[in-house]
Design a protein around this ligand. Structure first.
Ligand SMILES: *[C@@H]1O[C@H](CO)[C@@H](O)[C@H](O)[C@H]1NC(C)=O
Ligand SMILES: *[C@@H]1O[C@H](CO)[C@@H](O)[C@H](O)[C@H]1NC(C)=O
Ligand SMILES: *[C@@H]1O[C@H](CO)[C@@H](O)[C@H](O)[C@H]1NC(C)=O
Length: 458
Protein backbone atom coordinates (compact mmCIF):
# COMPACT_ATOMS: atom_id res chain seq x y z
CA UNK A 1 0.00 0.00 0.00
CA UNK A 2 1.36 3.38 -0.98
CA UNK A 3 1.69 6.10 1.62
CA UNK A 4 0.14 8.52 -0.78
CA UNK A 5 -3.49 7.68 -1.12
CA UNK A 6 -5.77 8.88 -3.86
CA UNK A 7 -6.94 11.68 -1.67
CA UNK A 8 -3.42 12.99 -1.35
CA UNK A 9 -2.71 12.53 -5.03
CA UNK A 10 -2.25 16.22 -5.64
CA UNK A 11 0.89 16.17 -3.44
CA UNK A 12 2.43 14.14 -6.18
CA UNK A 13 5.45 12.97 -4.17
CA UNK A 14 7.81 10.39 -5.63
CA UNK A 15 7.71 6.99 -3.81
CA UNK A 16 11.17 7.36 -2.13
CA UNK A 17 10.34 10.77 -0.69
CA UNK A 18 7.00 9.40 0.50
CA UNK A 19 8.66 6.74 2.66
CA UNK A 20 11.02 9.37 4.06
CA UNK A 21 8.06 11.52 5.12
CA UNK A 22 6.40 8.44 6.61
CA UNK A 23 9.53 7.65 8.58
CA UNK A 24 9.97 11.20 9.82
CA UNK A 25 6.33 11.31 10.89
CA UNK A 26 6.79 8.15 12.88
CA UNK A 27 9.96 9.49 14.57
CA UNK A 28 8.18 12.75 15.41
CA UNK A 29 5.30 10.83 16.96
CA UNK A 30 7.65 8.74 19.09
CA UNK A 31 9.48 11.91 20.08
CA UNK A 32 6.26 13.58 21.26
CA UNK A 33 5.18 10.53 23.24
CA UNK A 34 8.54 10.19 24.98
CA UNK A 35 8.83 13.93 25.59
CA UNK A 36 5.39 14.25 27.11
CA UNK A 37 6.03 11.21 29.29
CA UNK A 38 9.31 12.70 30.52
CA UNK A 39 7.68 16.06 31.07
CA UNK A 40 4.86 14.56 33.12
CA UNK A 41 7.27 12.47 35.13
CA UNK A 42 9.43 15.53 35.71
CA UNK A 43 6.47 17.48 36.99
CA UNK A 44 5.45 14.69 39.31
CA UNK A 45 9.02 14.51 40.51
CA UNK A 46 9.14 18.23 41.39
CA UNK A 47 5.86 17.94 43.25
CA UNK A 48 7.27 15.12 45.33
CA UNK A 49 10.50 16.97 45.82
CA UNK A 50 8.62 20.06 46.96
CA UNK A 51 7.21 18.14 49.84
CA UNK A 52 10.52 16.55 50.76
CA UNK A 53 11.99 17.79 53.99
CA UNK A 54 15.42 18.59 52.58
CA UNK A 55 13.97 20.87 49.90
CA UNK A 56 11.84 22.62 52.48
CA UNK A 57 14.84 23.06 54.73
CA UNK A 58 16.75 24.55 51.80
CA UNK A 59 13.89 26.92 51.18
CA UNK A 60 13.91 28.14 54.78
CA UNK A 61 17.71 28.40 54.66
CA UNK A 62 17.42 30.45 51.48
CA UNK A 63 15.03 32.84 53.24
CA UNK A 64 17.42 33.01 56.20
CA UNK A 65 20.27 34.22 53.99
CA UNK A 66 18.16 37.18 52.90
CA UNK A 67 17.30 38.35 56.41
CA UNK A 68 19.00 41.68 57.04
CA UNK A 69 17.66 44.41 59.27
CA UNK A 70 17.93 47.84 57.70
CA UNK A 71 16.72 51.07 59.27
CA UNK A 72 13.67 52.53 57.63
CA UNK A 73 13.30 56.02 56.26
CA UNK A 74 11.16 57.97 58.72
CA UNK A 75 8.96 60.52 56.92
CA UNK A 76 9.12 64.17 57.95
CA UNK A 77 6.09 65.56 59.81
CA UNK A 78 5.45 67.86 56.82
CA UNK A 79 4.88 64.79 54.62
CA UNK A 80 2.33 63.44 57.10
CA UNK A 81 0.68 66.85 57.31
CA UNK A 82 0.28 66.95 53.53
CA UNK A 83 -1.31 63.55 53.67
CA UNK A 84 -3.85 64.35 56.40
CA UNK A 85 -4.07 68.06 57.25
CA UNK A 86 -7.43 67.57 59.01
CA UNK A 87 -5.91 65.31 61.66
CA UNK A 88 -3.36 67.94 62.53
CA UNK A 89 -5.90 70.74 62.64
CA UNK A 90 -8.19 68.86 65.08
CA UNK A 91 -5.61 67.58 67.57
CA UNK A 92 -3.88 70.41 69.45
CA UNK A 93 -0.20 70.53 70.32
CA UNK A 94 -0.95 70.83 74.04
CA UNK A 95 -3.41 68.97 76.19
CA UNK A 96 -5.17 69.81 79.47
CA UNK A 97 -2.52 69.85 82.19
CA UNK A 98 -4.72 68.64 85.06
CA UNK A 99 -5.80 65.51 83.24
CA UNK A 100 -3.62 62.41 83.03
CA UNK A 101 -5.35 61.25 79.83
CA UNK A 102 -4.89 63.26 76.63
CA UNK A 103 -7.85 65.66 76.51
CA UNK A 104 -8.63 69.14 75.23
CA UNK A 105 -11.56 71.50 74.80
CA UNK A 106 -12.72 71.81 71.21
CA UNK A 107 -14.95 74.55 69.90
CA UNK A 108 -18.29 73.21 68.77
CA UNK A 109 -18.55 73.54 65.02
CA UNK A 110 -21.42 73.06 62.63
CA UNK A 111 -25.09 72.91 63.48
CA UNK A 112 -25.48 73.09 67.25
CA UNK A 113 -29.01 71.66 67.21
CA UNK A 114 -28.19 68.64 65.01
CA UNK A 115 -27.48 65.24 66.58
CA UNK A 116 -23.67 65.33 67.08
CA UNK A 117 -23.42 61.54 66.64
CA UNK A 118 -26.07 61.13 63.94
CA UNK A 119 -23.61 60.72 61.09
CA UNK A 120 -21.00 58.68 62.98
CA UNK A 121 -19.85 55.84 60.72
CA UNK A 122 -19.01 53.54 63.67
CA UNK A 123 -22.68 53.86 64.64
CA UNK A 124 -23.66 52.54 61.22
CA UNK A 125 -21.48 49.46 61.70
CA UNK A 126 -22.86 48.22 64.99
CA UNK A 127 -26.12 48.47 66.90
CA UNK A 128 -24.19 48.55 70.21
CA UNK A 129 -22.42 51.67 69.08
CA UNK A 130 -25.68 53.20 67.91
CA UNK A 131 -27.19 52.70 71.37
CA UNK A 132 -24.09 54.17 73.01
CA UNK A 133 -24.30 57.22 70.74
CA UNK A 134 -28.00 57.72 71.49
CA UNK A 135 -27.14 57.80 75.18
CA UNK A 136 -24.37 60.32 74.53
CA UNK A 137 -26.67 62.49 72.41
CA UNK A 138 -29.16 62.76 75.26
CA UNK A 139 -26.61 64.44 77.55
CA UNK A 140 -24.63 66.25 74.89
CA UNK A 141 -25.86 69.78 75.54
CA UNK A 142 -25.34 69.47 79.29
CA UNK A 143 -21.72 68.56 78.64
CA UNK A 144 -20.95 71.71 76.66
CA UNK A 145 -19.19 74.49 78.50
CA UNK A 146 -19.03 78.16 77.61
CA UNK A 147 -15.49 79.41 77.36
CA UNK A 148 -14.42 82.78 75.84
CA UNK A 149 -17.99 83.17 74.62
CA UNK A 150 -17.80 79.91 72.66
CA UNK A 151 -19.44 76.59 73.25
CA UNK A 152 -16.81 73.89 73.79
CA UNK A 153 -16.77 70.14 74.24
CA UNK A 154 -14.16 67.95 75.88
CA UNK A 155 -12.32 65.60 73.53
CA UNK A 156 -9.92 62.78 74.42
CA UNK A 157 -7.51 60.43 72.66
CA UNK A 158 -6.40 57.08 74.06
CA UNK A 159 -3.67 57.29 76.69
CA UNK A 160 -2.45 53.86 75.66
CA UNK A 161 -2.71 51.51 72.72
CA UNK A 162 -2.49 47.73 72.85
CA UNK A 163 -1.02 47.49 69.36
CA UNK A 164 -0.64 43.76 68.86
CA UNK A 165 -0.34 41.04 68.06
CA UNK A 166 -3.28 39.14 66.59
CA UNK A 167 -3.92 35.81 68.40
CA UNK A 168 -1.51 36.68 71.22
CA UNK A 169 -3.87 37.51 74.09
CA UNK A 170 -4.76 41.17 73.43
CA UNK A 171 -8.41 40.54 74.38
CA UNK A 172 -7.48 38.94 77.67
CA UNK A 173 -5.15 41.81 78.50
CA UNK A 174 -7.81 44.36 77.58
CA UNK A 175 -10.52 42.66 79.65
CA UNK A 176 -8.33 42.42 82.76
CA UNK A 177 -7.09 45.98 82.36
CA UNK A 178 -10.61 47.33 82.45
CA UNK A 179 -11.02 45.95 86.00
CA UNK A 180 -8.66 48.66 87.28
CA UNK A 181 -10.81 51.47 88.76
CA UNK A 182 -8.89 54.22 86.92
CA UNK A 183 -9.14 52.54 83.49
CA UNK A 184 -12.23 53.40 81.54
CA UNK A 185 -12.52 51.46 78.29
CA UNK A 186 -15.29 52.09 75.81
CA UNK A 187 -16.42 49.74 73.07
CA UNK A 188 -15.34 48.72 70.51
CA UNK A 189 -12.15 47.01 71.66
CA UNK A 190 -10.73 47.21 68.14
CA UNK A 191 -11.79 50.39 66.30
CA UNK A 192 -9.22 49.69 63.51
CA UNK A 193 -9.09 53.40 62.88
CA UNK A 194 -5.35 54.07 62.57
CA UNK A 195 -4.66 51.12 60.30
CA UNK A 196 -7.86 50.82 58.24
CA UNK A 197 -10.90 53.00 58.84
CA UNK A 198 -9.18 56.33 58.32
CA UNK A 199 -8.38 55.08 54.80
CA UNK A 200 -11.95 53.91 54.30
CA UNK A 201 -11.09 50.23 54.61
CA UNK A 202 -13.46 48.09 56.65
CA UNK A 203 -11.96 44.67 56.08
CA UNK A 204 -8.60 43.83 54.52
CA UNK A 205 -9.10 43.14 50.85
CA UNK A 206 -12.20 45.28 50.53
CA UNK A 207 -11.84 48.32 48.29
CA UNK A 208 -11.64 51.64 50.14
CA UNK A 209 -15.02 53.22 50.89
CA UNK A 210 -15.86 56.36 52.85
CA UNK A 211 -12.99 57.41 55.06
CA UNK A 212 -13.87 57.54 58.76
CA UNK A 213 -13.05 61.09 59.90
CA UNK A 214 -10.93 61.59 63.01
CA UNK A 215 -13.97 63.16 64.69
CA UNK A 216 -15.83 59.85 64.44
CA UNK A 217 -12.93 58.09 66.13
CA UNK A 218 -12.84 60.72 68.89
CA UNK A 219 -16.58 60.21 69.46
CA UNK A 220 -15.71 56.68 70.67
CA UNK A 221 -13.92 58.22 73.66
CA UNK A 222 -16.65 60.70 74.58
CA UNK A 223 -17.94 58.51 77.47
CA UNK A 224 -14.47 58.83 79.03
CA UNK A 225 -14.42 62.57 78.30
CA UNK A 226 -17.75 62.78 80.09
CA UNK A 227 -16.31 61.13 83.20
CA UNK A 228 -13.17 63.20 83.12
CA UNK A 229 -15.17 66.41 82.76
CA UNK A 230 -17.34 65.41 85.70
CA UNK A 231 -14.19 65.07 87.79
CA UNK A 232 -12.79 68.37 86.45
CA UNK A 233 -15.90 70.37 87.22
CA UNK A 234 -16.31 68.73 90.61
CA UNK A 235 -14.71 70.08 93.72
CA UNK A 236 -11.90 67.59 93.71
CA UNK A 237 -8.61 69.45 93.53
CA UNK A 238 -6.72 66.33 92.50
CA UNK A 239 -5.66 65.67 88.93
CA UNK A 240 -8.05 63.45 87.00
CA UNK A 241 -6.39 60.05 86.95
CA UNK A 242 -8.83 58.27 84.64
CA UNK A 243 -7.28 56.90 81.46
CA UNK A 244 -8.59 55.21 78.37
CA UNK A 245 -7.13 53.12 75.59
CA UNK A 246 -7.93 50.82 72.75
CA UNK A 247 -6.70 47.42 71.64
CA UNK A 248 -6.75 47.07 67.86
CA UNK A 249 -4.58 43.97 67.57
CA UNK A 250 -3.52 44.77 64.01
CA UNK A 251 -2.22 48.33 64.61
CA UNK A 252 1.31 46.99 64.96
CA UNK A 253 1.60 45.28 61.59
CA UNK A 254 -1.29 46.17 59.30
CA UNK A 255 -0.20 48.85 56.85
CA UNK A 256 -1.89 47.22 53.87
CA UNK A 257 -3.95 50.34 53.20
CA UNK A 258 -0.98 52.28 51.86
CA UNK A 259 -0.92 50.16 48.72
CA UNK A 260 -4.31 51.62 47.74
CA UNK A 261 -3.14 55.16 48.29
CA UNK A 262 0.29 55.28 46.79
CA UNK A 263 0.87 54.34 43.21
CA UNK A 264 4.14 52.56 43.69
CA UNK A 265 5.66 49.31 42.62
CA UNK A 266 5.35 46.03 44.48
CA UNK A 267 8.98 46.20 45.53
CA UNK A 268 8.67 49.44 47.45
CA UNK A 269 8.40 49.98 51.19
CA UNK A 270 5.44 51.91 52.63
CA UNK A 271 6.33 55.64 52.66
CA UNK A 272 4.63 56.02 56.05
CA UNK A 273 3.29 53.71 58.75
CA UNK A 274 0.47 54.12 61.29
CA UNK A 275 2.96 54.81 64.08
CA UNK A 276 4.27 57.88 62.23
CA UNK A 277 0.86 59.50 62.55
CA UNK A 278 0.26 58.39 66.14
CA UNK A 279 3.67 59.73 67.08
CA UNK A 280 3.15 63.03 65.26
CA UNK A 281 -0.05 63.82 67.17
CA UNK A 282 0.72 62.17 70.52
CA UNK A 283 4.46 61.76 70.96
CA UNK A 284 3.95 60.56 74.55
CA UNK A 285 1.62 57.66 73.70
CA UNK A 286 2.13 54.45 75.63
CA UNK A 287 2.18 51.25 73.65
CA UNK A 288 1.73 47.68 74.76
CA UNK A 289 2.46 44.64 72.64
CA UNK A 290 1.79 41.09 73.74
CA UNK A 291 3.55 38.38 71.74
CA UNK A 292 3.79 34.62 71.83
CA UNK A 293 5.84 31.89 70.17
CA UNK A 294 5.26 32.82 66.50
CA UNK A 295 4.97 29.14 65.55
CA UNK A 296 2.02 28.67 67.92
CA UNK A 297 0.60 32.02 66.88
CA UNK A 298 0.47 30.95 63.26
CA UNK A 299 -1.36 27.71 64.04
CA UNK A 300 -3.83 29.59 66.25
CA UNK A 301 -4.31 32.16 63.48
CA UNK A 302 -4.91 29.35 60.98
CA UNK A 303 -7.49 27.71 63.22
CA UNK A 304 -9.20 31.03 63.90
CA UNK A 305 -9.43 32.23 60.31
CA UNK A 306 -9.27 28.78 58.75
CA UNK A 307 -11.53 27.08 56.27
CA UNK A 308 -13.73 24.00 56.61
CA UNK A 309 -11.09 21.44 55.61
CA UNK A 310 -8.74 22.30 58.46
CA UNK A 311 -6.19 19.62 59.31
CA UNK A 312 -2.54 19.44 60.32
CA UNK A 313 -1.76 18.31 56.75
CA UNK A 314 -3.69 21.20 55.23
CA UNK A 315 -1.81 23.57 57.56
CA UNK A 316 1.49 21.99 56.49
CA UNK A 317 0.70 22.49 52.82
CA UNK A 318 -0.33 26.08 53.37
CA UNK A 319 2.84 26.77 55.32
CA UNK A 320 5.00 25.27 52.54
CA UNK A 321 3.19 27.23 49.86
CA UNK A 322 3.47 30.46 51.84
CA UNK A 323 7.17 29.91 52.55
CA UNK A 324 7.73 29.51 48.80
CA UNK A 325 5.87 32.74 48.08
CA UNK A 326 7.81 34.56 50.78
CA UNK A 327 11.10 33.32 49.33
CA UNK A 328 10.01 34.35 45.83
CA UNK A 329 9.16 37.86 47.07
CA UNK A 330 12.57 38.18 48.70
CA UNK A 331 14.19 37.44 45.35
CA UNK A 332 12.84 40.71 43.88
CA UNK A 333 12.31 42.89 46.91
CA UNK A 334 13.76 43.79 50.28
CA UNK A 335 12.66 42.18 53.53
CA UNK A 336 10.63 45.18 54.74
CA UNK A 337 8.89 45.54 51.37
CA UNK A 338 7.83 41.87 51.55
CA UNK A 339 6.73 42.11 55.17
CA UNK A 340 4.39 45.01 54.35
CA UNK A 341 3.48 43.86 50.83
CA UNK A 342 -0.26 43.60 50.29
CA UNK A 343 0.29 41.49 47.16
CA UNK A 344 2.17 38.89 49.18
CA UNK A 345 -0.32 39.17 52.07
CA UNK A 346 -3.25 38.24 49.85
CA UNK A 347 -1.27 35.54 48.02
CA UNK A 348 -0.19 33.66 51.15
CA UNK A 349 -2.74 31.30 52.68
CA UNK A 350 -1.28 31.63 56.19
CA UNK A 351 -0.16 34.93 57.68
CA UNK A 352 3.53 34.13 58.13
CA UNK A 353 4.61 37.77 58.32
CA UNK A 354 2.48 38.64 61.38
CA UNK A 355 4.96 36.57 63.47
CA UNK A 356 8.01 38.51 62.28
CA UNK A 357 7.64 40.61 65.42
CA UNK A 358 11.05 42.24 65.36
CA UNK A 359 10.38 43.83 61.97
CA UNK A 360 7.41 45.70 63.45
CA UNK A 361 8.97 46.40 66.85
CA UNK A 362 11.99 48.00 65.15
CA UNK A 363 9.70 50.14 63.01
CA UNK A 364 7.75 51.30 66.09
CA UNK A 365 11.05 52.05 67.78
CA UNK A 366 12.04 54.16 64.78
CA UNK A 367 9.67 56.85 66.12
CA UNK A 368 8.89 55.94 69.76
CA UNK A 369 11.42 55.49 72.52
CA UNK A 370 12.03 52.11 74.12
CA UNK A 371 10.47 53.14 77.45
CA UNK A 372 7.17 53.95 75.71
CA UNK A 373 6.77 50.37 74.56
CA UNK A 374 5.97 47.49 76.92
CA UNK A 375 6.44 44.08 75.33
CA UNK A 376 4.87 41.12 77.11
CA UNK A 377 4.82 37.42 76.31
CA UNK A 378 1.54 35.52 76.37
CA UNK A 379 3.41 32.56 77.93
CA UNK A 380 4.39 34.73 80.96
CA UNK A 381 0.96 36.33 81.11
CA UNK A 382 -0.70 32.91 81.26
CA UNK A 383 1.77 31.60 83.87
CA UNK A 384 1.23 34.48 86.31
CA UNK A 385 -1.47 36.92 85.36
CA UNK A 386 -1.06 38.94 88.58
CA UNK A 387 2.57 39.57 87.80
CA UNK A 388 1.94 40.52 84.19
CA UNK A 389 -0.96 42.85 85.09
CA UNK A 390 1.20 44.51 87.74
CA UNK A 391 3.76 45.24 85.04
CA UNK A 392 1.03 46.78 82.89
CA UNK A 393 -0.30 48.91 85.77
CA UNK A 394 3.19 50.10 86.57
CA UNK A 395 3.85 50.93 82.91
CA UNK A 396 0.62 52.96 82.71
CA UNK A 397 1.47 54.66 86.03
CA UNK A 398 -1.68 53.31 87.60
CA UNK A 399 -1.90 52.94 91.36
CA UNK A 400 -1.94 49.52 93.02
CA UNK A 401 -5.31 47.79 93.21
CA UNK A 402 -7.12 46.54 96.31
CA UNK A 403 -6.83 42.88 97.32
CA UNK A 404 -10.40 42.39 96.17
CA UNK A 405 -9.73 43.84 92.70
CA UNK A 406 -6.54 41.82 92.45
CA UNK A 407 -8.54 38.67 93.13
CA UNK A 408 -11.07 39.68 90.51
CA UNK A 409 -8.34 40.27 87.96
CA UNK A 410 -6.68 36.95 88.75
CA UNK A 411 -9.86 34.91 88.66
CA UNK A 412 -11.36 36.36 85.54
CA UNK A 413 -11.73 33.51 83.01
CA UNK A 414 -9.28 33.60 80.13
CA UNK A 415 -10.75 35.54 77.21
CA UNK A 416 -10.82 34.34 73.63
CA UNK A 417 -9.39 30.83 74.07
CA UNK A 418 -9.17 28.15 71.44
CA UNK A 419 -12.43 26.72 70.20
CA UNK A 420 -13.11 23.18 71.60
CA UNK A 421 -13.69 21.87 68.05
CA UNK A 422 -10.20 23.13 67.10
CA UNK A 423 -8.71 21.32 70.06
CA UNK A 424 -9.92 18.03 68.60
CA UNK A 425 -7.79 18.72 65.56
CA UNK A 426 -4.65 18.19 67.61
CA UNK A 427 -1.28 19.88 67.25
CA UNK A 428 0.49 20.69 64.00
CA UNK A 429 2.81 18.09 62.41
CA UNK A 430 6.32 17.97 63.92
CA UNK A 431 7.79 18.62 60.47
CA UNK A 432 5.74 21.82 60.12
CA UNK A 433 6.77 22.95 63.59
CA UNK A 434 10.43 22.37 62.80
CA UNK A 435 10.23 24.31 59.53
CA UNK A 436 8.49 27.23 61.17
CA UNK A 437 10.93 27.18 64.06
CA UNK A 438 13.79 27.53 61.59
CA UNK A 439 11.98 30.21 59.63
CA UNK A 440 11.30 32.37 62.70
CA UNK A 441 14.65 31.71 64.45
CA UNK A 442 16.68 34.64 62.99
CA UNK A 443 13.81 37.03 63.73
CA UNK A 444 13.39 35.80 67.31
CA UNK A 445 17.12 36.09 67.81
CA UNK A 446 17.10 39.70 66.69
CA UNK A 447 14.02 40.40 68.82
CA UNK A 448 15.69 39.13 71.97
CA UNK A 449 18.75 41.24 71.14
CA UNK A 450 16.62 44.36 70.62
CA UNK A 451 14.60 43.77 73.80
CA UNK A 452 17.63 42.43 75.70
CA UNK A 453 15.63 39.46 76.89
CA UNK A 454 16.48 35.91 75.93
CA UNK A 455 12.99 34.61 76.62
CA UNK A 456 11.93 36.05 73.24
CA UNK A 457 13.97 33.31 71.53
CA UNK A 458 11.16 30.86 72.35
C1 LIG B 1 -29.82 72.07 62.34
O1 LIG B 1 -30.30 70.81 62.78
C2 LIG B 1 -31.67 70.77 63.09
C3 LIG B 1 -31.98 69.40 63.69
O2 LIG B 1 -31.47 68.37 62.91
C4 LIG B 1 -32.48 71.08 61.85
O3 LIG B 1 -33.85 71.10 62.17
C5 LIG B 1 -32.07 72.44 61.29
O4 LIG B 1 -32.70 72.70 60.08
C6 LIG B 1 -30.55 72.50 61.08
N1 LIG B 1 -30.17 73.84 60.68
C7 LIG B 1 -29.36 74.08 59.67
C8 LIG B 1 -29.02 75.51 59.42
O5 LIG B 1 -28.89 73.19 58.95
C1 LIG C 1 -18.84 71.49 95.88
O1 LIG C 1 -18.62 72.49 96.85
C2 LIG C 1 -19.79 73.28 97.14
C3 LIG C 1 -19.39 74.43 98.07
O2 LIG C 1 -18.23 74.11 98.80
C4 LIG C 1 -20.86 72.38 97.71
O3 LIG C 1 -22.03 73.12 97.98
C5 LIG C 1 -21.18 71.28 96.71
O4 LIG C 1 -22.11 70.37 97.25
C6 LIG C 1 -19.91 70.51 96.30
N1 LIG C 1 -20.19 69.58 95.22
C7 LIG C 1 -19.74 68.35 95.20
C8 LIG C 1 -20.11 67.55 94.00
O5 LIG C 1 -19.06 67.86 96.05
C1 LIG D 1 2.92 35.79 90.67
O1 LIG D 1 3.35 37.12 90.75
C2 LIG D 1 3.09 37.73 92.00
C3 LIG D 1 3.40 39.21 91.87
O2 LIG D 1 4.61 39.45 91.21
C4 LIG D 1 3.92 37.03 93.07
O3 LIG D 1 3.70 37.62 94.32
C5 LIG D 1 3.53 35.56 93.08
O4 LIG D 1 4.35 34.85 93.98
C6 LIG D 1 3.64 34.94 91.70
N1 LIG D 1 3.05 33.63 91.71
C7 LIG D 1 3.66 32.57 91.20
C8 LIG D 1 2.90 31.30 91.29
O5 LIG D 1 4.79 32.62 90.76
Amino acid sequence: MSFITDNDADLKLPPSLASLVKFCGFILLVYFIVASYLLLRGERKTLLEDLSESTLRDLVRSIGTKVTFRARRVPAVSELLDFDPHMFSVIPRHFLPDVKNLCWYEELRGNVSADPYGSNLFGRLSSNMRIAFERLSATFRQRLILHDGKLQRLRCLPYFYIVGQSKCGTTDLYERLRLHPDVHLTPPKEPHWWCRKRFGINRPGDPPLTRFPLDHYLDLFDPVAQRIQHRLLGNSSSRSSIITGEATATTMWDNLAWSYLHDISREAEPPSLSQDFIHAVQPDARLIAILRDPVERLYSDYLYFGTSNESPLDFHQKVCESLRLFDACLRDAGLRACVYSSTLYYAMSVRLQVGLYVMFILDWLSVFSRDQLLVLRLEDHAANVTHSMNRVFHFLQLGPVSKQTERLIRRRPVANTRDPSDRKLGPMKPVTRELLRQFYAPFNQKLSAVLQDESFMW
